[in-house]
Every structure is written in C-alpha cells, then in structure tokens.
Design a protein around this ligand. Sequence first.
Ligand code: 5GP
Length: 215
Amino acid sequence: MSSDLPPLREGRPGCGLLLIVSAPSGAGKTTLVERLVEQIPHLRMSRSYTSRSARDGETDGVDYNFVTRDRFEAMIAAGDFLEWAEVFGNLYGTCATDTERMLAGGDDVVLVIDVQGARQVRRRSRPAATIFVMPPSYEVLEQRLRGRSKDSEAAIQRRLQVAREEIASFAEYDFIVVNDGLSASVDRLRSIVLAERARLARMRTTAETISRTFS
Ligand code: 5GP
C-alpha cells in the first residue's frame, strides 16, 4: 500500500458531527460527557449560556457562560441561539456561532441539553445524532439526587417531577444509554460516536481517496 496517502481523518470530512445528549437531572450525563471528550480526540463539549448564578465550584467560561437574564433575553432577540430553554426557572442556551465555528473547524461537538432544546434542534432540521441517558430506575435517580445535593426536599421533588416528564421523551432520540455505571456508560457513548463517524456520508471522501489508489 502507498505510504504517501494523506493521514486518515476518520469521519471528519471538513465539517464535524453534532451530538446531543439529554437526560433527567441527576442521571449523570455531564460526568459521562466530560469523560467521553477526554477519551475521544476532536470531540468537544459545547459551553452553554445560562442566566442562573454559578454554584460553588463552578467557573464562568468553564462550566457555563454565566450571563444576566437581561443579556440572555437580548441574545434570544438577536437570534444568537441554536436552541434555548427555561429549565427550573433559569434560561439555558447554545450559542449558534460558537457551535458552527467548532463544527466548521472539523471538530465534533456534543451539546448536553434538555429535551426542549433537543426538540428545537430537530425542528431546525439540523442533522444531529441524539442520545438519551436514562438512570436504571426511578428509585436509583431518587437516591442519586438525595445523595449528591444539598437541595431542599421541595427542590428534589421538583427535579423528580421534571424527570418523570422528561423520561417520557426517550423515544424521540436515536440512541438510549442506561447509566448503570460510569465506565460502561462512557464505553457505550464512545461506541455511538465512533459508529457515527464511520457512516458512509462522513467517510465517503476518505473511501473515495482509498478507492482511487486501486485504479
Ligand atoms: P444545571 O443547572 O443543573 O447545570 O442544568 C439544568 C438543566 O439544564 C440540565 O438538564 C441541562 O442539561 C440543561 N441545560 C444546560 N445547558 C443547556 C442548554 O444550553 N440548552 C438547554 N436546552 N438545556 C441546557
């Protein structure tokens, strides 16, 4: 085989792949996706804008871009968001130009967003692979929410109620990952990303280049 072939850019023909991960609060999606992007080169997690204030340990420009509600509303009016939603009384959104810039650079981008945001991306007919992360059961989610947070009982009940509503949306997604353990679930997500990168539509240019060496 010729050694002067260009390096393989598997599944990255110029414009990256958009992935969406949704899950009820407490299902562990952010931790899973943080691990995933550490393991897969050229995969980046989008940084959302939010009107909520930073929690202890969160940093502006790292965990989120924290902005005032007024600024967020001005961004909505200016059409800056690929999608946005109100979740637990706060506004969250994905900046369209940030996302398109990363994709145009050839990186694949994961949006960790709620089910309303995922619906907006679908409605825009923006091609995306969508993944729904589920806890193994309601009881497990309840234990996780109680174990991890200093939230009041009322706040926990509210998250559980929203989780009941969100779980019902699983059939809108292309893939389901049951989070029954961190490393097994990261492996499942990794398999999905690698399989999406191997699709004919994304590999066609590479395959054609290889094919030409046979003629
Ligand atoms: P938290 O405040 O716990 O970080 O996030 C609350 C919820 O907002 C989570 O379900 C999270 O996925 C969702 N979320 C975070 N960023 C975005 C975003 O940019 N768009 C949408 N639609 N939801 C988001």
